[in-house]
Design a protein around this ligand. Structure first.
Ligand code: ADP
Ligand code: MG
Length: 325
């Protein structure tokens, strides 16, 4: 089974940032309000994610690290309307097969905390270990037993940069959750969680003052769709596509059709070769979108892609037209 898990890891776990993504998404699915992320050497030496979510029962720990065991899907019907971030039951076994892994947790409403170590896929015994309510996952020496993959890891700075970029993307979507990051023992970033109002503050922090000053607030609904967030005024545009954040039902995605709609809306007002900056959230009935397209879930497939494209295009074109009036 270790081999199968390592192969699965090849699809989902590319680098430390992919581990951080999977573990933080698990914490969010567990209802965490605060997540601590401790890193060493760009996450290659250590990734430790601690949350205050609902936790895992001691008896369920072995299940959590076994393949296709997910507590999030009970039927095919569920698979169609997935609201949680994870649902394949692959992340923990995959990560545990290519690292020195430890899962420690205390389930809400229970007294007993316990821990389970997995060393390069070899699962140990469940042992009692003190822990407050919630879960800590420790991932040490990523790819220590897969030299071919370890070789492809980049410098500490680069790997840390990927992690930070993913966390920025998350911080924009989840202003309700506090995130505290440390690197090599030093606090490196803190996103305070103070509710909805904070989204503007986070926008400012994440994309800079100039973006925040030049921003148009978008919030438009119709045909069972809602598009909200911020787009930059045409005057604030970029040489590169580095400030383009798109979320579908809270999940950060890349989608050609929607990016095209956004570019189209800007087409009249941006100089050739310039890129719009935006943070946009599209909300729709989960049954109208398939998130089960790619193991890392960066991509989605819409049932009515054309309609959504046109909705996004018209909403933004309208907003931009007002800026020129
Ligand atoms: P998935 O997220 O697709 O269900 P994972 O392999 O990421 O699969 O996690 C397996 C299971 O372990 C989850 O379904 C969940 O029950 C449990 N789990 C993992 N991380 C946490 C966490 N931080 N808090 C509570 N439960 C967790
Ligand atoms: Mg998961």
């Amino acid at each position: 089974d270790t081999l199968i898990n390592q192969i699965a890891a090849g699809e989902v776990i590319e680098r430390p940032a992919s581990v951080v993504k999977e573990l933080v998404e698990n914490a969010l699915d567990a209802g965490a309000r605060r997540i601590d992320i401790d890193l060493e050497e760009g996450g290659v030496r250590l990734i430790r994610i601690r949350d205050d979510g609902k936790g895992i029962d001691a008896g369920e720990l072995p299940l959590a690290v076994s393949r296709h065991a997910t507590s999030k899907i009970a039927s095919l019907d569920d698979l169609e309307g997935v609201a949680t971030l994870g649902f394949r039951g692959e992340a923990l076994p995959s990560i545990a097969s290519v690292s020195r892994f430890a899962l420690t947790s205390r389930r809400q409403g229970t007294e007993q905390a316990a821990s389970l170590d997995v060393d390069g896929g070899r699962v140990g015994d469940v042992m009692p270990r003190p822990h407050p309510q919630g879960t800590t996952v420790e991932v040490r020496d990523l790819f220590f037993n897969v030299p071919a993959r370890r070789k492809f890891l980049k410098a500490e700075r680069t790997e840390l940069g990927h992690i930070e970029e993913w966390l920025r993307q998350l911080a924009l979507a989840r202003p309700d959750v506090e995130l505290r990051v440390s690197h090599n023992g030093k606090p490196s970033r803190r996103w305070k969680g103070e509710g909805d109002l904070l989204s503007e503050v986070r926008l400012h922090e994440a994309l800079g003052e100039e973006f925040a000053r030049n921003v148009l607030r978008i919030d438009h609904a119709g045909a069972g769709l809602r598009l909200h967030g911020w787009i930059a005024q045409p005057a604030y545009n970029r040489a590169s596509a580095d400030q383009q954040y798109l979320y579908v039902n809270g999940r950060a995605v890349r989608d050609r059709s929607i990016s095209h709609a956004i570019k189209q809306a800007y087409a009249d007002v941006l100089f050739h070769g310039r890129q719009p900056a935006y943070v946009l959230f599209l909300e729709l009935d989960p049954r109208r979108v398939d998130v089960n397209v790619h193991p890392a879930k960066h991509e989605v497939r819409f049932r009515d892609a054309r309609l959504i494209h046109d909705f996004v295009y018209r909403t933004l074109q309208d907003a931009l037209a007002h800026t020129r009036a």
